[in-house]
Ligand binder design. Structure first.
Ligand code: 4AD
Ligand code: MG
Length: 436
């Protein structure tokens, strides 16, 4: 038998709720709350799995333990040993009657108190501590499940999980949002999307996906923009626009269903209900979206990107996710395949969340022809030299292919009905925040 710290733990907190009265437990965790009523001290003990009430009675513990209990501050890491008891008044109907107790790592006076929190930015300045709060924990556990479900989905469909560099030389999504970095005397950038590398990979693996960060020097301070965010991207050979929309629909249904089933506890903490989605998702064209926006009083010029206000108004017309298809060439990146029926438009689609949340994914068919791609690179004012390898792929058996990228934070924001995407990130990065 070892007497290591971890060996003192007999159960995790969430296991205690299924133990019978009288069971003995050794727990490790943090004190989330503490109160004293005369000869009783109540603790809320939190570990990585849950929170349970611990009750200490002065008469039942040694004098030393009682002293420690009186002095210990919230957020100290502690060891508790005691007996499980039914208590209908306690959270979850069970509590632990404390018999032994020791402080493993004391905490100073906790700085995040109701009176200290004067603004949201105070909380984000203290994010390294504030992330222990029940809501943040619930959101991050759901995020973790979200990513697991994406992995499960793509593996079940035979996709290969690949990685792409984050230090790159070319813009995938336009020069305006590139983050330059000094790279041994040359200019390089942080990656905006792994798409171009995925396209190289499909000729080896056929179907690939990527889960990694993307960087955008977005100056816009909106509730939907981060400068560092995570994207789940997929790309497949021989796939066309309708196929890639179907793939996104299946992915979103799979992930939402997984979260609805596996994250009940966390959804309860957030007071959110997640319903299964029922496919197919409605599809409207860019032209139809423009008409809706006009009717709602948010007109914009054909050929422009859909402005945020208009996008919100369009999205409010739907109560489940939907696609907007066939964006004009002028509203898309250089690599989008023109529509053979109308070359002013592209074979592209955005996946939109309903109820005003708006775009969560962008995808479509890529140009696989060398000459056409070269022409587009020039038209878009890009440097063909930095795109040389990407162009060259078109000389060596590049079939029609499609893909998409879905934003993890945007999707979670919609699913959990959060005000701002930053609350879905442990340490968010925005134009005004690189600390902590
Ligand atoms: O629409 P975007 O720019 O598309 C691409 O990057 C494609 N190359 C993806 C692909 O086809 N492989 O970005 C994809 C998604 C957006 O729909 C949005 O959900 C998210 O990434 N996104 C952001 N999320 C948070 N903050 C930002 N600044 C974001 N920019 C894009
Ligand atoms: Mg987009």
């Amino acid at each position: 038998m070892t007497d290591s710290l971890l060996s003192k733990r007999t159960h995790n907190v969430d296991q205690v709720f299924s133990l019978p009265s009288g069971a003995k437990v050794g727990l490790l965790g943090w004190i989330a709350l503490k109160s004293r009523v005369g000869g009783l001290v109540f603790l809320r003990l939190r570990d990585g799995t849950g929170i349970i009430q611990v009750t200490a009675r002065k008469n039942d513990v040694s004098e030393n333990v009682w002293e420690e209990l009186l002095n210990v501050k919230v957020e100290s890491a502690v060891y508790v040993y005691g007996t499980v008891r039914e208590d209908p008044r306690a959270l979850g109907g069970k509590e632990v009657k404390l018999e032994q107790f020791s402080v493993i790592a004391p905490s100073e006076k906790w700085p995040i108190t109701k009176s200290a929190v004067k603004s949201v930015s105070f909380l984000y300045d203290h994010r390294h501590l504030a992330l222990r709060g029940p809501k943040t924990v619930a959101i991050m556990k759901i995020r973790s499940r979200f990513l697991k479900a994406c992995f499960d989905f793509f593996f079940s469909k035979g996709y290969c999980f690949i990685q792409a560099p984050l230090i790159v030389q070319a813009a995938c999504e336009g020069g305006a949002t590139l983050f330059p970095i000094e790279y041994f005397g040359k200019e390089a950038y942080l990656s905006q999307s792994a798409q171009l590398y995925e396209e190289a990979a499909i000729c080896a693996f056929e179907k690939v996906f990527i889960v990694q960060p993307a960087f955008r020097a977005e100056k816009s301070r909106t509730s939907r923009h981060l400068t560092e965010f995570w994207m789940v991207e997929a790309e497949a050979a021989f796939m066309e626009l309708d196929d890639v929309m179907k793939l996104q629909e299946e992915l979103l249904c799979y992930v939402v269903d997984h979260i609805a089933r596996e994250c009940r506890k966390e959804l309860n903490v957030l007071g959110r209900k997640v319903k299964d989605l029922d496919p197919p998702f409605p599809k409207i064209t860019y032209d139809e979206a423009l008409q809706i926006a006009e009717k709602k009083g948010y007109p914009f010029k054909w050929g422009d990107d859909i402005p945020t206000e208009a996008e919100r108004a369009i999205s409010k017309e739907f109560d489940k996710p939907f696609f907007i298809t066939k964006y004009p060439v002028t509203a898309r990146s250089f690599y989008h395949m023109p529509d053979p029926k109308d070359p002013r438009k592209t074979l592209s689609a955005d996946l939109m969340a309903p109820e005003g949340y708006g775009e969560i994914a962008t995808g479509g068919q890529r140009i696989h022809d060398y000459d056409l791609l070269y022409k587009k690179i020039i038209e878009f004012g890009l440097n063909p030299e930095s795109m040389k390898w990407y162009l060259e792929l078109r000389k060596y058996g590049m079939p029609p292919h499609s893909g998409f990228g879905i934003g993890v934070e945007r999707t979670l924001r919609w699913l959990l009905k959060l005000k701002h995407v930053r609350s879905t990130v442990l340490f968010p990065r925005t134009p005004s925040r690189v600390y902590p």
